[in-house]
Design a binder for this molecule. Sequence first.
Ligand SMILES: *[C@@H]1O[C@H](CO)[C@@H](O)[C@H](O)[C@H]1NC(C)=O
Ligand SMILES: *[C@@H]1O[C@H](CO)[C@@H](O)[C@H](O)[C@H]1NC(C)=O
Length: 403
Amino acid sequence: MGTKSLCLLLASVLVAYYVYTPVPETIEERWKLMLINAGFRSVAHVAEFAEWLGLVHYMEVLMMITSIEYTAPISDENVTVTDTKFNNVPVRLYVPRKQSSGLKRAVIYIHGGGWCVGGSAMEPYDLLSRWTANELNAVVISVEYRLAPLHHFPVQFEDVYAVVKFFLQTSILARYGVDPNRVCVSGDSAGGNLAAAVAQQLLDDLEVKAKLKIQALLYPALQTLDLDLPSYKENENKPILPKSLMVRFWSEYFTTDVSLKEAMASNRHVPAESSHLFRFVNWSNLLPEKFKKDHVYASPIYGSSRLGKKYPGFLDPRAAPLLADDTKLFGLPVTYILTCQHDVLRDDGIMYVSRLRKVGIEVIHDHIEDAIHGALMFITSPTDLALGHRVANKYIEWLNMNL
Ligand SMILES: *[C@@H]1O[C@H](CO)[C@@H](O)[C@H](O)[C@H]1NC(C)=O
Ligand SMILES: *[C@@H]1O[C@H](CO)[C@@H](O)[C@H](O)[C@H]1NC(C)=O
């Protein structure tokens, strides 16, 4: 064997080693997913390196993916698309062209991206909003809230809340021909977190007359307390959202101070004064046997009270909706929760299903056995997956039947 072929062989082995990630056998298009994931990991490595050199913030490099996927607000034969502002917060608005005699339905959509990246104008989100508007003949409002690290909690929440509150005014609903009884708030990942937080907050807001008919939470992040749930343990290194990145997203939502990130990474960030909150995320009570498997519940290890005092956000239900008391959950709308088996956030969603059902809220739980976190992002070429289309169709069909 010549030197060249030896080098080629070595290079192929290295590439294969880099691209290979343990993708479960049950997942279709495994190699395509591995390639996509290798792309994500490369960007993450560049981000780490650039940050280590002191050139840029980690999230600025990740934000490049959002910028590359930017699409202009282009109307098509079915939907008029415009970028505008509601209550000074940018939104992308999708209004169906089809004439209808009655009032329309509306979906307020909140994109994911760990409160740090992503945008309503990203190709997959833009497509999802068009599909929703078209299939449901509904008005879709996709919120462009401000992101970390430039803005921390509660800015993201407040931006989304401002949009929802603006839209739910009687005069605004009337302007768009929307039925006040058929409005949904919906979001994926960090967007599911914001949707759940907004739905809770609306219950206490006497200024808002219209009520949400539905909240749809797609693989949402719902709690900051226990980052060692069975789903975190099982999926620590699964594609798209490894535990390390989720920890980074969570801590970055509150601060760029690395001490919070480090404490979260070792699950020792909650001060003893907040020990009473652990009952809201006690997976040994809230997960069905199927998901507990042979995991053993360990009592929490408490961290210094300094972090909790400095960054009280991570103990706030507006950031972690699972931390709301049962009495705060009464009156929530019909809830659709989609969870993915191979996702660190799986148990967040499942525990919310248990908590809501316990207080009598109607919950529809779609658990997808062969899905990874972020499945909905993979609906546009060249990174589309059959899984992405399947999950998107499932969600939109459900919405069409129930909103
Ligand atoms: C418009 O709607 C029709 C019917 O649902 C669909 O077949 C067509 O692909 C849509 N056009 C676009 C650009 O999405
Ligand atoms: C969690 O639940 C288990 C089982 O019911 C119980 O033994 C444990 O004390 C609970 N821990 C907390 C912190 O609520």
